[in-house]
Design a protein around this ligand. Structure first.
Ligand SMILES: Nc1nc2c(ncn2[C@@H]2O[C@@H]3COP(=O)(O)O[C@H]4[C@@H](O)[C@H](n5cnc6c(=O)[nH]c(N)nc65)O[C@@H]4COP(=O)(O)O[C@H]3[C@H]2O)c(=O)[nH]1
Length: 517
C-alpha cells in the first residue's frame, strides 16, 4: 500500500528535481550568452558609430575651412593650404577640390589629379554625396565625402579597426537612409535598416546573427555590430557546462530532502498504527485553576507519545493531524477515552466536583459513534457526566448543522462542552450565540498580548466580554506570568491553565502533587 503510493511520488520528485534544474540552467545559459553578446554588440556598434561621427565632424570642419579660402583651390598656395587643412584632422587622409566628379586637385601629390571618384553611392539627407570606394589615383580605396565641390577622404578600415575587435564580430557603418555599407568587415545586410523602424537603437536576431544597430543623432549614419549565432551557441554551452552541474547538485539535494520527507510522511501512518497497537501513547493532565482562589477545578487530558528518555516522538497536534489525514483518528480517540476510563476515577475520587476535559477533533464530532463512546465513558464506575468536559475547536463548525446536533446530544448526556482555541479559527462570534456551549477557552496567542500595546490585546478582552454576555465561563490558556493571571482575573476571567500553575503531568504525579498541596 505504502510503496504503491510513494513510488510515483518519488519518481515524480526525482524527475522534477533533475528536469527542472537542468531546464532552468539551460534557460539561464541561453539568457546569459544572449545578454553577454548583446552587451558586446551594443558596445561595438557604439564605438564604430562614434568613429564615423568623428570623421563626419572633421569632414564638415574641413569643408568650412576650404570654402573660406580666398586663393583658387588648385593654385600652388591653394594646394599648400589644403595640405595644411588635411594634416589637422586625424581621420582625414586628404582633402581636395572636384569638378564633374573628377579630382581637380588635392592635398595628395599632383599625381592623383584628374582621377575619377568612382561613383557616389548615395546623397545623405544633409546633401553630402558619399563615394565609399574612391581610388584617388593611389591604388587604395577611400571613403570620400563631397559637398559643394570639396571632398574629404578617409580610409574606411580606420573606422572599424578597433583594438579590442574580436575575430567573430562583424561591424561597420552605413547610411541611415540609404546606400551600401560605407565601411566594415564581415557580415552586413542592408535589410537590417527595416528592423530599426523609428528607433535609435535595436538589437535583434537575424537568421544567423545577433545584430545591434545604433543610429547617429547628428548625421545620416548608423553603426552596427553582429555576432554569429554559432558563437552564441558556443557561449551558451560554456555557461551550461557551469550552470547545469550546479543545478543538478541543488536539484539532487532538494530531491533527497523531499524524498526523505515523503518517505517519512508515508511511513507515519504505519508507525502510528504500530504505536497504537503497542499502546505507546499516554495521557498527561494539565491542571485548570480558578483564578480567584488558585484552587484546581479540573485538568485537561493531553496526548503524549514518550520515548524511553522522556522526550516526545512527535508533538500531539502533529499526531492528531496525521491520524486525521490517514483515517486513524477514530481509533486514537477510542484509545484516549479508554485511557481516561482507567485514570479518571482516581482523580474524581480526590476531586468529586472536579472535571477532566478531553479534546475531540472535528472528525470525531462529525462521527455519530462518538455519542456511544461518551455514553460508555460516563457509565464507567467512578466517572459521572458532570466530571467531563469535551473540548472542540472552531474547525468543527465547518458543518454547523451536524456539529450543533452532536453538541446538543453531548450536553444532553450531562457532559459540558468547551470551545477551544477560540479566535484562531474562522467561525467568528456568530457561532458562539447559535451553538449552546458551556466554556470558552481563549487561545494562548491572545493571552500573550494581554497587557501589551498590541491591538490584539483589545480583541482578547472583547472575546471575554462577549463570552460573559452569552453566559459562558471563560478559561484562559497558556498563562505563563503572574501579571497575565492578575490582568485576566481583573477582567472577570474565571479559570486558567498554563505553565505558571503547572505543566501537563502523568495522573500519579498530578494526584501526588494535589495530595501534598
Ligand atoms: N507555551 C505554552 N504552552 C502551554 C502552556 N500551557 C499549556 N500549553 C500547551 O497548550 C496546549 C493546550 O492544548 P490545546 O489548545 O487543547 O491544543 C492541543 C489539542 O488541540 C491537541 N491535542 C492534544 N491531545 C489531544 C487528544 O487527546 N485528542 C485530540 N483530538 N487533540 C489533542 O494538540 C494540541 C497541542 O497540545 P500540546 O502540545 O499538549 O499543548 C497544550 C499544552 O501543553 C503554557 O503556559 N505555555
Amino acid at each position: 500500500m505504502r510503496s504503491r503510493k510513494t513510488t510515483p511520488i518519488a519518481v515524480a520528485i526525482t524527475l522534477l528535481a533533475v528536469g527542472l534544474p537542468v531546464l532552468a540552467a539551460l534557460w539561464l545559459a541561453h539568457r546569459e550568452s544572449r545578454s553577454e553578446a548583446s552587451a558586446q554588440t551594443q558596445f561595438m556598434a557604439g564605438e564604430v558609430l562614434g568613429r564615423a561621427e568623428g570623421m563626419a565632424d572633421q569632414a564638415m570642419a574641413a569643408y568650412r575651412r576650404m570654402r573660406a579660402l580666398t586663393t583658387p583651390p588648385c593654385s600652388d598656395t591653394g594646394r599648400q593650404q589644403m595640405i595644411a587643412i588635411a594634416l589637422d584632422y586625424s581621420y582625414l587622409k586628404a582633402v581636395g577640390h572636384v569638378a564633374d566628379d573628377r579630382v581637380e586637385c588635392s592635398s595628395f601629390a599632383p599625381g592623383g589629379d584628374g582621377s575619377r571618384l568612382g561613383g557616389f553611392a548615395y546623397t545623405s539627407m544633409s546633401g553630402v554625396r558619399i563615394a565609399p570606394r574612391a581610388d584617388l589615383g593611389t591604388g587604395k580605396r577611400f571613403l570620400v565625402l563631397e559637398k559643394d565641390d570639396f571632398v574629404a577622404a578617409a580610409l574606411p578600415e580606420v573606422l572599424v579597426d578597433l583594438p579590442f575587435n574580436r575575430i567573430h564580430i562583424s561591424s561597420g557603418v552605413f547610411g541611415r537612409s540609404a546606400g551600401p555599407r560605407l565601411a566594415g568587415n564581415g557580415t552586413f545586410d542592408p535589410a537590417w535598416r527595416e528592423r530599426l523602424g523609428q528607433a535609435h537603437q535595436a538589437t535583434f536576431v537575424d537568421g544567423d546573427n545577433l545584430v545591434t544597430i545604433r543610429v547617429s543623432s547628428r548625421y545620416d549614419l548608423a553603426g552596427y555590430s553582429a555576432i554569429p549565432a554559432t558563437y552564441l551557441h558556443a557561449r551558451a554551452v560554456a555557461f551550461a557546462l557551469v550552470l547545469v552541474p550546479i543545478g543538478l547538485l541543488l536539484g539532487g539535494a532538494g530531491a533527497l530532502a523531499s524524498l526523505y520527507l515523503v518517505r517519512k510522511r508515508a511511513s507515519l501512518p504505519a508507525v502510528l498504527r504500530t504505536a497504537l497497537r503497542k499502546m505507546e501513547f499516554v495521557l498527561h493532565y494539565q491542571p485548570i485553576v480558578e483564578l480567584a482562589s488558585g484552587r484546581m477545578v479540573g485538568a485537561e487530558a493531553l496526548l503524549r507519545w514518550p520515548r524511553h528518555d522522556g522526550s516526545q516522538v512527535m508533538r500531539p497536534d502533529a499526531v492528531i493531524r496525521v491520524a486525521e489525514d490517514c483515517g486513524l483518528i477514530r481509533r486514537l480517540t477510542v484509545y484516549v477515552l479508554a485511557q481516561l476510563a482507567t485514570e479518571a476515577p482516581a482523580f474524581i475520587r480526590q476531586h468529586p466536583d472536579g472535571y477532566i476535559s478531553i479534546n475531540l477533533s472535528p472528525s470525531d464530532l462529525h462521527d455519530e459513534d462518538i455519542l456511544e463512546q461518551l455514553r460508555q465513558l460516563i457509565e464507567t464506575p467512578g466517572i459521572a457526566a458532570r466530571n467531563l468536559v469535551v473540548e472542540i475547536t472552531e474547525h468543527s463548525f465547518l458543518d454547523p448543522t451536524r456539529a450543533s446536533r452532536n453538541i446538543t446530544a453531548i450536553r444532553a448526556l450531562g457532559i459540558r462542552v468547551a470551545i477551544d482555541d477560540f479566535g484562531t479559527g474562522f467561525s467568528g462570534l456568530s457561532h458562539l450565540a447559535t451553538l449552546k456551549t458551556d466554556y470558552l477557552k481563549i487561545d494562548k496567542v491572545f493571552v500573550d498580548t494581554i497587557g501589551t500595546d498590541s491591538a490584539t490585546s483589545e480583541v482578547a478582552l472583547h472575546i471575554v466580554r462577549i463570552a460573559h454576555s452569552l453566559g459562558l465561563t471563560v478559561i484562559a490558556e497558556g498563562i505563563e506570568s503572574r501579571l497575565q493571571a492578575d490582568l485576566l482575573r481583573e477582567q472577570g476571567v474565571e479559570y486558567a491553565q498554563g505553565w505558571l500553575f503547572s505543566h501537563a503531568q502523568p495522573m500519579e504525579a498530578l494526584l501526588r502533587g494535589q495530595a501534598a498541596a
